[in-house]
Write a protein that binds this ligand. Structure first.
Ligand SMILES: Cc1cc2nc3c(=O)[nH]c(=O)nc-3n(C[C@H](O)[C@H](O)[C@H](O)COP(=O)(O)O)c2cc1C
Length: 369
C-alpha cells in the first residue's frame, strides 16, 4: 500500500487527484473518483457558460441535480448537496476547482462564498467537502478569504516563479502543471520532467506539498512522480476516458483512439490549449498561427481584443461535440491520450494504477547493487 503526505493531509486513500475539467462538468466523475478513494473535484467553470454555451450549462446543472432555470447560487448549492449525498456511503472526500483568472473573478467569488457558507451550515460538508483548488490566475488575492477557513488550499500553476508566489499566499498543495497536460497549458512550455523536480526543489517543505500534473496516467508515471519528489499526482485525461466521466462519448472515444503524437497546441479561449489532433484542430492551429501567434511565441495577449473569429470557431467546435458532430468538434486532451487506450470504471482504473505503482516501487531496490 502506498501512502503519501497528500493522503494524510486530505484524508484520501490514494495519492491521486481527479483534475478539474471545466466547463464541461465533472459532477458524476467527481462522485466516482471520491468514492474510489482519490480526491474528486467538481469543475465549476460550467456555471459561467450559460450565455455562450447553453448546452454545456444545461448539462452542468442537470448532472449536478440542479435546475438550470434557478439562480446561480441555488444551482451551486444543489450540486454541492448532491455530491455530499452521493459520496456519503463511501465517506468520499471531494473538493472544487475554481478558475480565478481576471474574467472569472466575480463568479469565482460567488462559488467560493457559497462553498464556505454551506460548509458552515452543514457539519458533514466540513469534514468531506474539504479542498479548494484554484487555477488559471493569481492565488494571492484569495489568501485572506481562504485563511479564515479550514479548507485545504491547492493551486495549479506552471512555473517555479508562480510556485514561490503560491507559497507566499499560503497555498498548502502546489500543483505543478506540465505542458503535456490537457486543455489550457501555459504560455511558455515546460514539461513535467523538468517542472516537477524544479518546483519540488524550490518550495517543498514540511508545510508545503507538491503534486505533479500533466502526463500522469498509470503506475509508471505515478512512480516517476514520487521519484521526482512529488507527494501525489493530478490526472485529467486518464479520468476523462472512464465509464462514469461526464464527457460526451465522442470525446472519450477520441482519447481512446489517439495515437502516437496525437495532440497539438492551438488557441484555447483565454490562451494556449492542448487538443486532440484532428483535421479540425489542425485548421485551428493554422488560424492560431495567423490570428494569435502569441500562443506559439509565449506572448500573452488580451483575450478581449484578439480576432474574435478564432474564439467563435472554438465555441462552434465545442458546441458541435454536444450536437454529436464529430468532424466539427474540437476535443481537448493531454499528451497522455496516446497512452490511454480504454474506458474503465474509475474504481478499476484507480486500483490498476495503484497496483502498478506499487509493483514498480517494490522492484526498484533490485537496481541497487
Ligand atoms: C478537457 C479538459 C478540461 C480541463 N479543464 C480544466 C479546468 O477547468 N480547470 C483546471 O484547473 N484544469 C483543467 N484541466 C486540466 C486538468 O485539471 C489537469 O491538470 C490536466 O488534465 C492534467 O494533465 P493530463 O491531462 O495529462 O492528466 C482540464 C483538462 C482537460 C483534459
Amino acid at each position: 500500500m502506498i501512502k503519501s503526505r497528500l493522503c494524510d493531509l486530505v484524508g484520501i486513500k490514494y495519492p491521486i487527484i481527479q483534475g478539474g475539467m471545466g466547463p464541461f462538468g465533472t459532477n458524476k466523475l467527481c462522485v466516482a473518483a471520491s468514492n474510489a478513494g482519490i480526491l474528486g473535484l467538481i469543475s465549476s467553470s460550467g456555471i459561467a457558460s450559460d450565455e455562450k454555451q447553453p448546452e454545456i450549462y444545461d448539462y452542468f446543472c442537470r448532472s449536478g441535480g440542479a435546475d438550470p432555470r434557478d439562480d446561480k447560487e441555488t444551482i451551486l448549492r444543489a450540486i454541492f448537496r448532491q455530491t455530499l449525498d452521493q459520496t456519503r456511503d463511501a465517506g468520499g472526500i471531494y473538493g472544487i476547482n475554481v478558475m480565478v483568472s481576471a474574467e472569472m473573478n466575480e463568479i469565482a467569488e460567488l462559488i467560493i462564498r457559497t462553498m464556505i457558507d454551506m460548509r458552515n451550515e452543514i457539519p458533514e460538508m466540513k469534514s468531506r467537502f474539504k479542498v479548494l483548488v484554484t487555477s488559471a490566475g493569481d492565488p494571492l488575492p484569495w489568501a485572506e478569504t481562504v485563511k479564515q477557513t479550514d479548507l485545504v488550499w491547492m493551486h495549479v500553476m506552471p512555473s517555479v516563479r508562480a510556485a514561490l508566489r503560491c507559497k507566499k499566499a499560503g497555498v498548502e498543495v502546489i500543483i505543478a502543471s506540465g505542458h503535456e497536460g490537457g486543455f489550457h497549458v501555459s504560455w511558455e512550455p515546460v514539461h513535467s520532467m523538468v517542472l516537477l523536480p524544479a518546483v519540488v526543489e524550490a518550495v517543498s517543505d514540511e508545510k508545503t506539498l507538491v503534486v505533479g500534473a500533466g502526463g500522469f496516467c498509470d503506475g509508471k508515471t505515478v512512480a516517476a512522480a514520487f521519484a521526482l519528489g512529488a507527494d501525489g499526482v493530478q490526472m485529467g485525461t486518464r479520468f476523462l476516458s472512464t465509464t462514469e466521466s461526464d464527457f460526451h462519448q465522442i470525446w472519450k472515444e477520441g482519447v481512446v483512439e489517439a495515437q502516437d503524437r496525437g495532440t497539438l497546441v492551438a488557441r484555447g479561449f483565454v490562451g494556449p490549449a492542448r487538443w486532440l489532433k484532428t483535421p479540425r484542430s489542425e485548421e485551428h492551429a493554422k488560424n492560431t498561427l495567423i490570428k494569435s501567434p502569441g500562443v506559439y511565441l509565449g506572448i500573452p495577449d488580451d483575450y478581449t481584443t484578439i480576432d474574435q473569429s478564432i474564439i467563435e470557431y472554438e465555441i462552434e467546435s465545442i458546441n458541435a461535440v454536444y450536437q454529436g458532430d464529430k468532424e466539427k468538434s474540437l476535443l481537448a486532451a493531454g499528451e497522455s491520450a496516446q497512452r490511454v487506450n480504454d474506458m474503465p470504471m474509475v474504481y478499476d482504473s484507480v486500483q490498476n494504477i495503484m497496483r502498478e505503482t506499487e509493483g514498480i516501487l517494490r522492484s526498484m531496490p533490485t537496481l541497487l547493487v
